[in-house]
Design a protein around this ligand. Structure first.
Ligand code: ATP
Length: 351
């Protein structure tokens, strides 16, 4: 179902004032620095907080004023928050049970969801007998077993170790893609989560939306200092291939992230500081594998460095001295060279 929200919430001196839409079947990522209002926004959607003024339309219902349990909203946070005294299957059965399913029906639904998240074998264990990653799988099943119309993901990978985070991210990609009717809002501080999971992003700062748009566009060409700091990355979309990424017209050599699958939509990610710039007629600079002939389109001061934008869409950060040495200005033909070890290939939505 489509979510349309207009929220005005005051907490002490803090004011959140934001409006956004999440079409059915899509994921909106909320990014923002600490204290920008991300939790306040999620809490307004879940019913934890009472905004002073709000219209929160999910399909044709207005959630504002409804108690949390009547909203058909599922929540997955960084802590799995499983009931310690209940078995895994009873934890998952809790949501359909509280929506009125019979005990037998709720268990059937729970077992189906546990199988869906590859956790069927843990059904009869108690939460204390699970690892952090296993418990988070069960929490994903529990959030979805209630068949919520709106799913809220609050930093779902933040508490996991580096080994389990990619698996949960991959699992979320799969289950989010499988249901095209639900709207999902994801709070994250990791631009790679946004790339892998979200169709659109909204950047919050001091309770206001300061940037919004398709994920790849916002992260590749950030307009605020915050987004530039967490993102500002070169993002090259294509298909994951052995040893890198294939686009329509070039191969970008790089390291494949653990959760990327060959032949699937992916994005090569590298920082502008990892791009070396050479004159167009300079023979074979650096590693010849990622050498791209292009033309400078803009030369922008960027703190202590100069950011070069080019016709092929990639950016490079140089010192002002290098820009002067190379005589770079809009229209200058150059070659960009990117070391394969500085490029990582991550799963991305096929857009
Ligand atoms: N109980 C409260 N009373 C008054 N102000 C509060 C209260 N709780 C939070 N705030 C203020 O509301 C603002 C937004 O907080 P919120 O938790 O929504 O931000 P956040 O973006 O989720 O931050 P973080 O990334 O640190 O979790 C903060 O500036 C905070 O100081």
């Amino acid at each position: 179902m489509m979510l349309r929200a207009e929220i005005e919430l005051r907490r002490g001196t803090f004011e959140l004032e934001v409006d956004f839409e999440v079409p059915a079947g899509t994921v909106l990522a909320i990014l923002g620095p600490n204290g920008s209002g991300k939790s306040s926004l999620l809490g307004s959607l879940s019913g934890l907080f009472r905004p002073q003024r709000a219209e929160i339309r999910l399909g044709d219902r207005d959630l504002h004023g409804l108690p949390p349990h009547a909203r058909s909203v599922g929540l997955l946070s960084q802590d799995p928050l499983l009931f310690p005294h209940l078995s895994v299957v009873d934890n998952v059965a809790f949501s359909p049970r509280s929506k009125g399913a019979s005990r037998g029906e709720a268990k059937r639904i729970a077992r189906r969801w546990l199988a869906e998240v590859d956790a069927a074998e843990f059904a009869d264990r108690k939460p204390r007998q699970l690892s952090g990653g296993q418990a988070q799988r069960v929490a994903v099943a529990r959030a979805l077993a209630g068949e919520p119309d709106l799913l809220l993901l609050d930093e779902p990978m933040a508490a996991l170790d580096v080994d389990s985070a990619p698996a949960i991210r991959g699992l979320l990609r799969r289950v989010l893609r499988a249901d095209r009717s639900r709207a999902t809002v994801l709070v994250t501080h990791d631009p790679l989560d946004a790339l892998a999971l979200a169709d659109h992003v909204l950047v919050l700062s001091r309770g206001r939306a300061v940037e919004r748009g398709p994920t790849r566009e916002v992260l590749a060409a950030p307009r605020t200092a915050f987004t530039a700091r967490i993102a500002g990355l070169n993002l090259v979309p294509g298909t994951a291939a052995e040893g890198g990424l294939q686009t329509e017209n070039r191969f970008v050599a790089g390291m494949l992230a653990e959760d990327v699958a060959l032949g699937e939509p992916a994005v090569a990610v590298f920082a502008p500081s990892a791009v070396a710039v050479y004159p167009a007629d300079d023979g074979h600079p650096g590693s010849p594998r990622n050498t791209i002939p292009t033309v400078v389109t803009a030369v922008e001061p960027h703190g202590p460095v100069v950011r070069l934008r080019t016709e092929c869409g990639m950016s490079a950060d140089l010192t002002p001295a290098a820009v002067a040495d190379l005589g770079l200005e809009p229209g200058t033909p150059v070659q960009l060279s990117i070391k394969a070890t500085t490029v990582t290939v991550h799963p991305a939505l096929g857009q």
